[in-house]
Design a protein around this ligand. Structure first.
Ligand code: ZN
Length: 392
């Protein structure tokens, strides 16, 4: 297969959602950094594969496909008043937010029409999407996490009327809004890799949160502990690969956040390099007819380095931003394995996704090794106590 095109959907109006002076990490500076990442590839001769497409405008009404109608109407009323207002301690609206959201709606429709033609795209837009649930605040999250309407969910919803869809969320935070919107939908697979919810906002997305009713078993939460590196993330990638091979989506919608990249920001402590972002991009584009990516988080270096690595992966090009593989701490590996086991048990329990035999037996083998180690440790301890190490 030759290299693939990824249309970059953008409009300067995405910068109009802003506080003056800038006093919030979710600021217009983020799209500048993301464009810097995209342009670093253009300067390497990839511009033909990354055509810039102006995001058109569409009414906010579209968001009623995935949000409560009253929620959309009341937000539109507030946005039309043109005031600066705080919806909660994380989420603001400003006089330009309406324009930014009209473009986000338009970019979503454009991304859908491109996807239906088999063309992948990346929306470099704001505000982000994946924490916005059916009525705003989602699941048990304390705030809307800087998100107002959910473009990722809107795109997945519209595409699901044309073919089989999978949502893959690689932002370091759990995509609780998207999960909330599709929680009882059995036709929409949602896989979410995120940092341990016991230590990070929005404090949701444990492995046994697997959906309800018809949706039960179609929501997969893969938890990575703090201090996870490429090794943990690449293992998670394999699991995503297996699940997608079973699901066989025609379209993949990605909540593309780059805040798991090491040193991206001071809110998270994951240690992931460009390797993971490149490989997941490459894997995703091999799994579907087209991949639509929506910019979620990423506040610094993640946008300048992990984002272009991800695009290179999507295009099927080699990683020009190669970095040595980062390693997780031993504690992180241990905790990751325990969480992964729960994720696999949950998948097997619901029976909506079949995993290869080797994965299920890996879990069983690990359990055996773990028990042997425990037994060994107990044996050593007993011996030591009998002998008394201080008298050796
Ligand atoms: Zn995030």
């Amino acid at each position: 297969m030759g290299p693939l095109k990824v249309a970059i959907l953008y409009h300067d109006d995405f910068k109009l959602h802003r506080l003056d002076p800038i006093s919030h990490p979710e600021s217009p500076r983020r799209v500048d950094l993301a464009l810097e990442g995209v342009n670093s590839l253009a300067s390497q001769g990839f511009e033909r594969l990354l055509p810039m497409v102006k995001a058109p405008k569409s009414p906010l009404e579209s968001f009623k496909l995935v949000h409560d109608k009253q929620y959309v109407d009341s937000m539109e009323g507030l946005l039309r008043s043109g005031r600066v207002s705080w919806l909660d301690p994380d989420t603001y609206v400003s006089p330009g937010t309406l324009e930014a959201l009209l473009r986000l709606s338009g970019a979503s429709h454009k991304a859908v029409s491109l996807a239906l033609k088999g063309v992948s795209s990346f929306i470099v837009g704001r505000p982000p999407s994946h924490h916005a649930g059916f009525k705003g605040k989602a699941l048990k999250a304390p705030t809307r996490g800087s998100c107002i309407f959910n473009a990722t969910a809107l795109i997945a919803e519209v595409l699901s009327r044309h073919g089989r869809v999978a949502v893959v969320d690689i932002d370091v935070h759990h995509g609780n809004g998207t999960q909330d919107i599709f929680y009882s939908r059995g036709d929409l697979l949602h896989i979410d890799i995120h940092q341990d919810p016991s230590s990070l906002y929005p404090y949701t997305g444990f492995p046994d949160d697997a959906g309800e009713g018809e949706g039960a078993g179609t929501k997969v939460n893969i938890v990575t502990p703090p201090a996870s590196g490429d090794d943990v993330y690449l293992d998670a990638l394999k699991l995503v690969d297996h699940i997608l091979s079973f699901w066989k989506p025609e379209y993949i919608v990605v909540s593309a956040g780059f805040d798991a990249y090491r040193g991206d920001n001071d809110m998270t402590v994951t240690n992931v390099g460009t390797r993971f972002f490149h490989l997941i991009g490459r894997m995703l584009s091999s799994k579907a007819r087209s991949v639509v990516s929506v910019l979620e988080g990423g506040y610094g270096e993640g946008l300048r380095k992990a984002l272009p690595a991800y695009l290179l992966g999507l295009m099927g090009k080699k990683n020009e931003l190669w970095e040595p593989k980062t390693r997780s701490s031993r504690g992180a590996w241990r905790l990751y394995r325990a969480y992964k086991k729960l994720t696999i048990y949950t998948i097997v329990e619901h029976g909506r996704i079949m995993l290869p035999e080797e994965l299920e037996s890996e879990i069983k083998r690990e359990e055996r090794v773990f028990r042997l180690k425990e037994a060994g440790a107990k044996g050593r301890k007993r011996k030591r106590l009998k002998k008394g190490w201080w008298r050796r």
